[in-house]
Design a protein around this ligand. Structure first.
Ligand SMILES: [Fe+2]
Ligand SMILES: [Fe+2]
Length: 221
């Protein structure tokens, strides 16, 4: 049986700063956190107003790196939907437990590892470039990096509950399997809903910066 795992986060200086500033229950009370916000604050969206979404794909400054990065985001959205569909089919009895375990473990491991790596590259390589290029949006990047922290906690919760589920699937205890499936579904849902919000807000902040300057001026390509 595969046991899922995820690497620890390698904190940036900004992460250390955010951790020092954060009150223990800040996620619960911050109206901008992943579970409470609908959009980014309007004062961070002045570049998005100049470069609205419906103009992105046709814009001359949309270079290969940005295209690749947007495709990665779509890949996470699609892979998340695949995992949701697979779980639903299992719960509806369309996939037998052993077959589900064999498909679900490797798929989820791949998704979580890729997501972790994606966040590490953004925190350590891309966010510093954008924070330097557009200092007015510094609070926005602090929010995105704190999203990564929060999402990582959810990834760890998903790993734990998925491992419990995979262990239960080896047993014949139907009630225990059902309970583990419900618990996994709840933490997985929290991860995927938060991720969906994060991906969209991150694009709203970053793509307009790239379109306003161009990838080569920013030193990205
Ligand atoms: Fe991100
Ligand atoms: Fe991202």
């Amino acid at each position: 049986m595969i046991a899922l795992r995820v690497s620890r986060r390698k904190p940036t200086e900004l992460t250390h700063l955010l951790r020092q500033q954060r009150r223990p229950n800040a996620y619960m009370t911050n109206p901008l956190d992943l579970d409470h916000r609908q959009d980014l604050p309007s004062e961070w969206l002045f570049l998005l107003e100049a470069f609205p979404r419906d103009q992105w794909l046709a814009h001359g400054n949309l270079g290969p790196l940005t295209e690749f990065w947007l495709n990665r985001h779509d890949g996470f959205r699609n892979h998340g939907n695949t995992l949701i569909a697979m779980l639903r089919q299992f719960r509806e009895g369309q996939i037998p437990p052993q077959r589900f375990a064999g498909m679900f473990g490797p798929q989820l491991q791949h998704f979580l590892s890729e997501l972790h790596n994606h966040h590490m590259i953004e925190d350590h390589h891309y966010f510093p470039v954008f924070m330097e290029a557009e200092k007015r949006l510094l609070p926005g990047f602090e929010l995105l990096e704190s999203d990564h922290e929060q999402i990582h906690q959810r990834i760890e919760a998903v790993v734990e509950s998925a491992n419990t589920l995979l262990t239960r699937l080896q047993s014949e205890d139907k009630d225990a399997i059902l309970r583990a499936t419900d618990e996994y579904a709840a933490v997985s849902n929290a991860l995927l809903m938060g991720l969906k919000q994060h991906l969209s807000d991150e694009e709203d902040l970053i793509v307009p910066i790239i379109l306003s300057r161009g990838e080569s001026e920013l030193g990205l390509s």
